[in-house]
Design a protein around this ligand. Structure first.
Ligand code: SF4
Ligand code: SF4
Length: 331
């Protein structure tokens, strides 16, 4: 861009604008850090791949999830899906307004959506996890907003993992934030995300993403293709018609209307995490008990904690230490 058409803008002004538009948290990541440190070097998803000109910075914007639905303990609750989808809509409006505001000041900008995946990399298997175009949790860590937890969810000091993220790319010459050094996660000694997970997919500083997707997106593409396959291979016409009119079919139709249950779904690990200033005052009374916990999960958490006490960290931790952070000093 020709500099003469650009107004001077600072990081503080961009953050203030994002908050005025409705963001609850906002940080600015230096794309040079993201370009140099892709979380999966074999499959880098970095700002430099999105724009040659307008991707020097990632403004990471977070909108908190509403506490009322967080307090509903069932993971498969349509109220949760729907309320979260409205949060996503609000986030999209905030990021679009921020883009237009930046462009008025002379800085071309673009949104990186939090939920959309890269269709060019689809391999014909609806059960395989599809990654987003840019890993916004990692961008949020680079932007100083938090650190990753035991199951790789982003934890923030304000709302723990109960935030939805959006990204705005631009090349305004603004100061960047820096990563937090110390981890917010309490590790397997807490392990409440593992205890509460309905799919039991939480691993030691990782999760089984394919399995998680069946819960995070319960009425998503895998359910749609599964139902179509069932309908097409059913030889009995009456049973075929019943499948067409089934609850699964109804749920898919409802979810396609708005994205609730597709772009939103299970977030039980986010609900029960004790990190975040909101937990004690808004959530603890409703979420302290975890009925999904059992002896096998307790034994796995104990084994993880024992290994860590001996200094035996899994590869998943070593590979993501930059974003998990250092363990907090013992009191
Ligand atoms: S989103 Fe649900 S299934 Fe996935 S890790 Fe969290 S609790 Fe488990
Ligand atoms: S629930 Fe506990 S172990 Fe899981 S991410 Fe939160 S602090 Fe870490």
């Amino acid at each position: 861009m020709v500099a003469v058409f650009q107004e001077k803008v600072t990081a503080a002004e961009i953050k203030a604008k994002a908050r005025e538009l409705g963001a609850d948290i906002v940080g600015i990541a230096d794309s040079a850090q993201l370009n140099a440190n892709p979380p999966d070097p074999a499959d880098p998803r970095i700002p430099a791949n999105i724009s040659d000109y307008d991707a020097d910075r990632v403004v990471v914007v977070g909108k908190r999830l509403s506490a009322g639905v967080t307090r509903i303990p069932r993971w498969d609750e349509r109220h949760k899906y729907y309320n979260d989808e409205l949060t996503l809509t609000a986030l999209e409006e905030i990021t679009l307004s921020l883009v237009l505001w930046l462009e008025q000041k002379g800085y071309p900008a673009l949104i990186v959506p939090p939920t959309h995946v890269d269709p060019w990399r689809y391999q014909g298997d609806p059960d395989k996890h599809m990654k987003p175009l840019l890993p916004l949790e990692y961008a949020a860590v680079e932007a100083g907003l938090g650190t990753l937890g035991l199951n790789r969810q982003l934890l923030t000091p304000e709302y723990g993992p109960r935030v939805m993220l959006g990204g705005v790319l631009c090349s305004a010459p603004i100061d960047c934030d820096t990563r937090r050094e110390v981890a917010l996660c309490h590790g397997p000694a807490c392990g409440r995300c593992l205890a509460a997970c309905p799919g039991d997919v939480v691993k030691h500083w990782n999760r089984d993403w394919d399995a998680c997707d069946k819960f995070r997106s319960p009425h998503g593409f895998h359910q749609l293709t599964g139902l179509f396959t069932q309908i097409m291979s059913e030889p009995d016409k009456m049973k075929q018609k019943a499948l067409l009119r089934s609850e699964d079919s109804f749920n898919i139709w409802q979810s396609i209307l708005r994205g609730a249950g597709v772009l939103t779904g299970c977030r039980r690990c986010q609900d029960v995490c004790p990190v975040g200033a909101d937990y004690e005052k808004m959530l603890k009374d409703a979420l302290d008990q975890i009925p999904e916990d059992n002896d096998a999960k307790r034994a796995r958490r104990a084994a993880m904690a024992a290994a860590e006490a001996k200094g035996e960290m899994p590869d998943a931790h070593r590979e993501h230490a930059r974003w998990i952070g250092k363990p907090p000093a013992k009191a």
